[in-house]
Design a protein around this ligand. Structure first.
Ligand SMILES: [Zn+2]
Length: 297
């Protein structure tokens, strides 16, 4: 009996400690523990855009992360290294492989064009090419891979880029040449981009102490609306997490929802199907996915 009580007390103590530690770090979900330590800590993010897919999806076959963005956006090397391949692949499209001094390799695929040559030395943040939609790709995006060692056909050395840059979510905005690509641009210490560019309309950045309920009140929405829009499975939020606010996407843009088709979007937005397709560098058979941003004006 006494033993049982002591055990319960101990569990309560452990839970309290855990909650206290979460509170201390101010960050409920982001687990620093699974980050690759040391050798990639100084890497900076390759492109500006929005995460449209993560590592490990498509039954585990997706060995990189996808960042949707504007065609032509500069794509940068995450670190100093040497271009070991730069060519046009049937699947990767225009693709650049960079080998870094620590033995890692990074891959930048579906580029519109490449501006580096094989065997060229590159510095961190050097532009490698422009974001595009070449190869087996539906929609303008960078497919980015990190390999801890050599790239191989089986991609057995591929690791989740979130382990380098911190955990992100589909729909989250990312910023190029940042060690923390999720940080709000325009905050102190980051003078590169003007503040008005910082947060897209229709996106809410979670501040310390905010709750889903509080945010839903701000936008006159329900908690369910926001959870559904962002495919949230729990109501726990992270500081600096970016939430899509339904019904407030920037003018001329449409954020794809579950169940949408190109046809249903063209009808709902009053835009001609051919126009919609060409405006977004797609074809009528292209697949679209939730959170993809389409131009609709
Ligand atoms: Zn991909």
């Amino acid at each position: 009996m006494i033993f049982d009580y002591a055990r319960r007390l101990f569990i309560v103590f452990l839970l309290t400690l855990l909650v206290f530690m979460m509170f201390l770090t101010g960050n409920v979900v982001k687990a620093e523990g699974d980050k690759v330590s040391g050798d990639t800590a100084s890497w900076t993010f390759p492109v500006k855009g929005m995460i449209t897919d993560s590592y490990g999806t498509r039954s585990g076959s997706h060995k990189g992360m996808d960042i949707g963005g504007e065609i032509g956006s500069p794509v940068y090397s995450v670190a100093k290294g040497k271009v070991i391949k730069s060519y046009l692949s049937e699947s990767y499209g225009h693709v650049v492989f960079v080998r870094h001094e620590n033995g890692y390799e990074t891959v930048y695929a579906h580029l519109e064009s490449r501006i580096v040559d094989e065997n060229q030395e590159v510095v961190q943040g050097q532009q490698l090419g422009r974001l595009g939609n070449t190869g087996r790709s539906t929609g303008a995006h960078l497919h980015f891979e990190v390999h801890r060692g050599e790239w191989t056909i089986d991609k057995e050395n591929a690791i989740d880029p979130y382990r380098v840059f911190g955990h992100g979510e589909v729909g989250q905005l990312v910023f190029a040449k940042e060690q923390d690509p999720y940080q709000a641009v325009g905050v102190a210490g980051n003078p590169e981009s003007p503040p008005e560019e910082s947060v897209a309309e229709g996106v809410h950045i979670v501040l310390q102490g905010e709750t889903l309920w509080g945010i839903s009140r701000q936008y006159d929405l329900s908690v369910e609306d926001i959870m559904q829009e962002n495919a949230l499975k729990s109501s726990e939020l992270m500081i600096n997490q970016r939430l899509m606010i339904p019904g407030s996407s920037p003018k001329g843009q449409y954020v794809v929802k579950q169940g949408d088709t190109l046809y249903s979007i063209s009808r709902a937005q009053g835009i001609d199907m051919n126009e919609l397709v060409s405006r977004n560098d797609l074809n009528p058979a292209s697949s679209i996915y939730p959170h993809q941003v389409l131009m609709v004006d």
